[in-house]
Design a protein. Structure first.
Length: 538
């Protein structure tokens, strides 16, 4: 196959990896998830399920060469725990194999890789990871057994995975994110792009011309985006996070290690199998590593966070994770993607026009990634009287009830316990609108007449509603910890846009469009791809 004039690097007939590594639950309840290490697909050594379960029960040491995690099995009708557990078994990585042995050689090889070949590689991944592919179906079924969301939601993710692996979108992201002057980003990836416009000489050069009465016209400046060695520590709040991190590495042709999140390992497992299937000898396969280790494992992380091990560290996660990795990364340039939240601002005009339609759009913003993503709205500020706000809460409760019926989800014991504590404590003064029966309500809307600490919000289909006389009062509560704000109606969004942005918010979108995106869209106020290359002048 040739795409864009790229030389075909894919090994002919290589079709075994996706069949050899079955991302399925074995009869003993064990799922063996692979890692991709230097072009090789690795799985954990065989260990009897009884020995693995003895470790989980605290009765034995963890067997050598494996990392074992337990996940409760849920009844797919009630989404309640059955008392059984499935075991996720990962190969324990050798830290020596996770760092490039020849950094300069790796960067030179990747830098010389034509971007058309990167696009062709991603297209091959997309072809192998269609929603109906055997590996994808098996992974979705295995994930559904222990997932708190309905299997249909996981199938939506499998379709989203194939959509993310779009080579044309990847190219457009590079063109936008790494553009300079009139030239698109691809002009600088693996190439020297010329810089138009005036140039200037420093005082030493000008003095030299006067002293020696010689001088030459300055050469045209050139610029190049050179790949870097990247460590991506991803979070499991959304299954697309590790996929996005891997695509960032592909786009910038980085020599990358991507840590699979324990909470959502299926995306990296599917990528690993597909990449080995595409071609184990391809530069992107050999220099993209997908592996899991326990966060905080000093045996692994001391090697990865050592000075000079990587050029860039990208860390997603909790405040504690981001802070600890940033501290240990020392002088290594670190891209921090810490925890943030989102809110909704609903003006009186929108609410009075059609409260039910507004509730539908606002709920869609709140239920992004089952309310686990940074752009999922936790609080709805409505410009309304208390009576009108309570009526809106009832509309919202009905909308959430429809979600619960169509896409059921399990309420974890931890979330249920937090809700009970809030109902008896910090949120006792609120008015509660529940779906389902205590102690395991399926969704809840809480009207709070006074402010509260956002850190108390339990997430998981729980929406807080506050009434305000003026949306400007809500705007004044915003800060850099808020990643996104959805606003209705549109004239109100236009009027408040500059004030919201000035308070540190990076996304201000029409209500109901929290997930709206485009190739090359900045993330957390950054052009991330530009952060992941090294800009070199010549």
């Amino acid at each position: 196959m040739r795409r864009g004039g790229a030389r075909q690097r894919f090994t002919p007939g290589r079709r075994k990896a996706l069949r050899q590594v079955a991302l399925e639950i074995a009869a003993d309840g064990v799922v063996r998830l692979p890692a991709l290490i230097r072009g090789r697909l690795e799985v954990a050594p065989p260990v009897a399920a009884g020995r693995l379960r003895a470790f989980i029960r605290g009765e034995a040491e963890e067997p050598a060469g494996v990392i074992v995690l337990a996940r409760p099995v849920l009844d797919r009708q009630t989404l309640l725990a059955t008392g059984e557990e499935h075991l996720l078994v990962f190969p324990a990585p050798d830290p020596r194999h996770l760092v490039e042995a020849d950094p300069g050689g790796a960067i030179r090889e990747l830098d010389r890789l034509p971007f058309a070949e990167v696009m062709a590689y991603v297209a091959e991944l997309q072809r192998r990871l269609q929603p109906d592919a055997r590996a994808v179906v098996g992974a979705v079924d295995a994930a559904a057994a222990t997932s708190p969301v309905d299997a249909r939601a996981l199938r939506v993710f499998s379709a989203q995975l194939a959509g993310l692996l779009d080579p044309d979108s990847l190219a457009l992201a590079i063109d936008r994110d790494l553009s300079f002057g009139a030239l698109p980003g691809r002009a600088y990836v693996g190439n020297w792009g010329g810089i138009d416009g005036p140039t200037f000489q420093g005082p030493a050069a000008r003095l030299s011309e006067k002293i020696h009465s010689t001088g030459a016209a300055p050469a045209v400046p050139q610029l190049r985006a050179v790949p870097t060695r990247q460590l991506h520590i991803t979070a499991g709040n959304s299954p697309i996070v590790p996929v996005v991190s891997t695509l960032w590495a592909f786009a910038t042709k980085g020599a990358a290690l991507v840590k699979s999140p324990a909470e959502a390992p299926w995306g990296t497992a599917l990528l690993a199998t597909a990449m080995a299937d595409v071609d184990p000898s391809h530069p992107l396969t050999r220099h993209t590593l997908l592996a899991y280790w326990r966060g905080g494992d000093r045996r692994v992380e001391d090697a990865l966070l050592a000075e000079g091990a990587f050029d860039r560290v990208v860390v997603w996660g909790s405040a504690a994770t981001v802070s600890e990795v940033a501290r240990r990364a020392g002088g290594t340039k670190t891209v921090l993607l810490g925890p943030r939240a989102a809110v909704s601002l609903i003006g009186r005009e929108a609410l009075s026009a059609d409260a039910h339609e507004v509730a539908i759009r606002a709920a869609a913003d709140s239920l992004v990634a089952n309310q686990a993503a940074c752009n999922s709205s936790l609080v709805h500020y409505v410009q309304a009287s208390e009576e009108e706000a309570l009526a809106y809460c009832e509309e919202l409760r009905e909308v959430l009830a429809t979600w619960d019926r169509q896409l059921p989800h399990a309420v974890s014991r931890e979330t249920a316990a937090r809700l009970r504590r809030l109902r008896r404590g910090a949120f006792a003064h609120g008015t509660w609108f529940e779906n389902g029966a205590w102690p395991l309500v399926t969704s809840v809307v809480i009207y709070l007449p006074a402010g509260f600490d956002l850190a108390l919000h339990p997430a998981g289909r729980c929406i807080v509603v506050r009434s305000v006389d003026d949306l400007g009062d809500a705007v004044r509560t915003l800060g850099p910890g808020i990643a996104a704000v959805g606003v209705a109606p549109e004239p109100v969004r236009s009027a408040l846009l500059d004030e919201i942005v000035a308070r540190g918010v990076d996304n201000v979108k029409p209500l109901g469009q929290a997930e709206r995106g485009y190739p090359g869209m900045p993330h957390d106020g950054m052009r991330v791809l530009s952060e992941l290359v090294r800009w070199v002048n010549a």
